[in-house]
Design a protein around this ligand. Structure first.
Ligand code: SAH
Length: 383
């Protein structure tokens, strides 16, 4: 299956009104060792007439040492270094701008990819963990009207290495002590930047594998620290369920009823609330990982008491064995949007009603608001 083919052969998605596929005939991003597993890296060097065992050294520099300067790779023979680095460690992206908030513990970077496409990632350090929020596509084809990225459409899928590089860049910043709190590590990755990760399934799964592969084949992270957030591409959720990597699944529900969700998350016209929640429940039942329901609170749109009750009923109809929790996100209004965040009083009532139905509920903190922390806003300003 190619990354631009979002459909499982046995579950055809027919007429799709949304832009799923990236334009064809584009130049591919540079191939990088993070695109390949260990065997693939070795085979590639050998095909090029280079010694295969050098692949492991290059992986050690990239994933183990987090090196970005070939001059420090002194175990590679000087005569071959440039060729080896060009083969497996090409530059993938350049930082255009970094913005800081929360006394430097939130750092958002705007990246320019090889073809000029702009994406962003955010590093957030907390007392007990550090999270990188990554983009998986340049732009997004899902067209959610409250989301900045949704307004510009899909430019292209990112490659596995382009996704991984955002995490490696965050890991470098942490390792080099660039974030207040002393040198540290990245413990968590959330696919909540630009793009719909499950519409770029193959590259995203490749990236997840590189993150969890033990060092130096990968970054050696725990799958439990990785969250894949989706609008709810049901066939892809089913595929992820069978993948055997226990990542956390986050479902961007935003409304408990089809009428409103059709408007807020247009893919709902293809996959109803019932089908989508059922697929999420099945993910939890199979993987034993608690699913997170994302719900951006929009004043007067989806924050009414009746909707809290309905959401509680929809979720608790699958049982109360702790398969789900709700994460309320205060809406970060995008420029020109008619929507705004809920009244704190309505937010509290919403939480109270969900909890009364036995659904654990948290309210997301609003880190990085002043640096356009919400999905796609920085890239949108720049473009
Ligand atoms: N395509 C994936 C990842 C997108 S971003 C998904 O939809 O899940 C991660 C979360 O941020 C999603 O729940 C998305 O709906 C939400 N989001 C997007 N724009 C937002 C905004 N302006 N304010 C608050 N949350 C927003």
């Amino acid at each position: 299956m190619s990354p631009s083919d979002p459909v499982q052969p046995d579950q055809p998605i027919k007429t799709l009104p949304l832009v799923f596929d990236e334009p064809r005939g584009r130049k591919k991003p540079p191939r990088h060792l993070a695109d390949l597993d260990e065997a693939g890296r070795k085979a590639l060097l050998e095909e090029m007439g280079l010694p295969g065992f050098r692949a492991k050294q290059l992986s050690m520099h990239y994933f183990g040492r987090l090196a970005d300067d070939p001059a420090t790779m002194t175990d590679l023979p000087a005569t071959q270094r440039d060729e080896l680095v060009a083969a497996l460690l090409p530059a993938l992206m350049t930082p255009l701008r970094t913005m800081e908030a929360d006394k430097g513990t939130t750092r958002k970077t705007l990246w320019k990819l090889f073809d000029g496409a702009l994406v962003e990632s955010v590093l957030m350090r907390y007392p007990d963990r550090a999270t990188v929020c990554v983009s998986s596509q340049a732009g997004c084809g899902m067209a959610c009207p409250f989301c900045a990225t949704g307004q510009g459409g899909l430019q292209r899928n990112m490659s596995t290495a382009e996704i991984v590089e955002q995490v490696v860049a965050g890991a470098r910043s942490m390792a080099r002590g660039e974030v207040p709190g002393g040198p540290g590590r990245v413990s968590n990755v959330v696919f909540m930047g630009m793009g719909e990760p499950l519409a770029n399934y193959k590259a995203v799964i490749g990236a997840v594998r590189r993150l969890v592969d033990p060092s130096p084949a990968g970054l050696g992270m725990s799958a439990r620290g990785i969250t894949v957030s989706t609008v709810g591409l049901v066939p892809r959720i089913r595929q992820l369920t069978e993948e055997g990597i226990p990542v956390t699944l986050a479902l961007s529900l935003h409304a408990p009823d089809d009428e409103l969700r059709n408007e807020l998350v247009p893919i709902n016209t293809r996959f109803s609330v019932a089908e989508t929640v059922e697929a999420a429940w099945n993910y939890a039942a199979t993987t034993k990982r608690r699913v997170s329901i994302e719900y951006a609170m929009m004043r007067g749109i989806n924050d009414q008491a009746e909707r809290a009750d309905l959401l509680g009923d929809v979720l608790s109809s699958y049982g109360d064995w702790g398969w789900v929790h709700v994460n309320l996100i205060p809406l970060n209004p995008t420029p020109g949007s008619k929507w705004t965040a809920s009244d704190p009083k309505d937010e509290r009532e919403f939480v109270r009603r969900l909890e009364a139905k036995g659904i654990p509920t948290t309210v997301r903190d609003t880190r990085g608001r002043e640096i356009d922390g919400a999905c796609g806003q920085l890239a949108a300003t720049e473009a």
